[in-house]
Write a protein that binds this ligand. Structure first.
Ligand code: AMP
Length: 327
C-alpha cells in the first residue's frame, strides 16, 4: 500500500469543493462499484463538498446499484478536481470532458500504459480498483467515513473483478479488505441474487454457446456471436458478451476468446481470458489491453478475427512447449 500516495490524494481532495468522478465506458462491477463507492465515502466524509459522477454510458446489468448523476455543462468542470478510476487510457474514459477539470487524479489497477493524471496512483497487483479504494479508506479511516451503502458498492467490484475471489490477483490483503467491508453489514444474499440470477433466455443462450465453441489445435477455445444470434435469444450486447465466462474451465484450453458483433459498423468486440498464459501483449496488437489474464480488444473483420485466433493458438503452443505445471 502506497501510504504517501493515499495521503497526497486525500490532501488534494480536501483542496477542492467540487469533485467529479469518471470511469471507463462499458462499465463493469468494478468501474461502477469503485466510482459510486468513492463518491459515497466522500459525501459521507465531506458533506459540504459537491461530489458527482459524470459518465456517458450505463450498464443495465448493474442498474440495481442505482443511477448516476445527470450531465452538467462544460463550465461545471473547470473548477473541479477530476478523479478517473479503473481506466488505463484516456481513450477509454466514458466522458471525454474529463480533460476540462482543473486537476486530474488517476486511480487504477490495470497495467499502467498512460499516466494521464496530474497524480497517478496505479497498483496493478490489486485484484480490483474497488480493493484499492477500500485500502484508501482503510489507511485514512481517521479522516474518512464509510457505511453499508458504500461498502456494498465496493464489495460488488471486489467480487466481480476477482471472479468471486478465485483469480490469482487475490491476496491476503484482498480478503482482509473484503472483511472490513462485510463488517459494514452488506446483504450478500441480495447482492449475489442481483449478480448471478439469470433470465431463462440466458440459460438457453448458454446451452447454445456450449454447443458452438470451437477449439484450435493448441487449445484456444473461441466463439463468435453475431447480431442474429443475439436477436434470437433476445439478448442485449452486454449479456451476449458474458458468454466468455462459459468457456472458462475446459481442460487443456488455457486461452478462451469471445467475439461479439458490436453496434458500431464493422466492429467486433473481443474478450480474451487465460489461465497461466499472459495475453495482454496479444490484446494490445488489436487495439486492446487490460490485465495479464483478462483483456479486451476490437477487430473489424473476419480476417482479423482469424488472425487473432491463430496468434493466440501460436502463443498457447509456445507456452505449452516451454512450461510445465499447467493442467
Ligand atoms: P473486458 O473483456 O472488456 O471485460 O476486458 C477485460 C479487462 O481488460 C477489463 O479490466 C477492461 O477494463 C480491460 N480492457 C478492455 N479493453 C481494453 C482496452 N482497449 N485497453 C485497455 N484495457 C482494456
Amino acid at each position: 500500500m502506497n501510504i504517501n500516495m493515499a495521503r497526497k490524494v486525500l490532501d488534494t481532495i480536501k483542496k477542492y469543493n467540487r469533485i467529479i468522478i469518471f470511469r471507463h465506458f462499458r462499465p463493469d462491477g468494478d468501474a461502477i462499484g469503485s466510482t459510486k463507492g468513492l463518491q459515497r465515502i466522500l459525501q459521507l466524509s465531506f458533506p459540504e463538498k459537491e461530489v458527482v459522477l459524470q459518465n456517458c454510458d450505463f450498464s443495465d446489468y448493474l442498474s440495481f446499484l442505482g443511477g448516476e448523476d445527470p450531465l452538467y455543462d462544460d463550465k461545471f468542470y473547470s473548477e473541479a478536481l477530476g478523479i478517473v478510476i479503473d481506466t488505463a487510457t484516456t481513450a477509454r474514459i466514458s466522458n471525454q470532458r474529463f480533460s476540462l477539470c482543473k486537476e486530474i487524479i488517476k486511480i487504477d489497477h490495470h497495467i499502467d500504459v498512460e499516466a494521464y493524471g496530474d497524480i497517478n496512483w496505479v497498483e496493478d497487483e490489486r485484484s480490483s480498483s474497488c480493493e484499492l479504494i477500500t485500502a484508501f479508506y482503510s489507511v485514512m479511516s481517521d479522516e474518512l467515513k464509510i457505511d453499508t451503502v458504500a461498502a456494498t458498492y465496493l464489495y460488488t467490484g471486489l467480487v466481480t473483478d476477482s471472479g468471486r475471489f478465485r483469480f490469482r490477483s487475490v491476496s491476503g490483503e484482498t480478503m482482509r479488505l473484503a472483511g472490513l467491508l462485510l463488517d459494514q453489514g452488506i446483504d450478500t444474499d441480495v447482492l449475489y441474487a442481483h449478480l448471478y440470477m439469470k433470465d431463462f433466455e440466458e440459460f438457453k443462450f448458454e446451452g447454445y454457446v456450449l454447443n458452438s465453441i470451437k477449439i484450435t489445435e493448441n487449445g484456444v477455445a473461441h466463439i463468435y456471436i453475431d447480431k442474429a444470434t443475439m436477436a434470437k435469444f433476445g439478448l442485449s450486447f452486454e449479456k451476449a458478451c458474458a458468454c466468455v465466462s462459459y468457456m472458462d474451465s475446459i481442460k487443456n484450453s488455457l486461452i478462451w476468446i469471445a467475439f461479439v458483433d458490436a453496434d458500431n459498423g464493422d466492429e467486433i468486440r473481443v474478450r480474451i481470458r487465460s489461465r497461466f498464459v499472459t495475453v495482454n501483449a496479444l490484446a494490445e496488437k488489436y487495439n486492446g489491453g487490460g490485465h495479464a489474464c483478462a483483456c479486451g480488444a476490437t477487430v473489424h473483420s473476419f480476417e482479423q478475427m482469424n488472425e487473432l485466433i491463430s496468434n493466440a493458438d501460436q502463443l498457447l503452443g509456445e507456452y505449452k512447449n516451454t512450461n510445465e505445471g499447467w493442467l
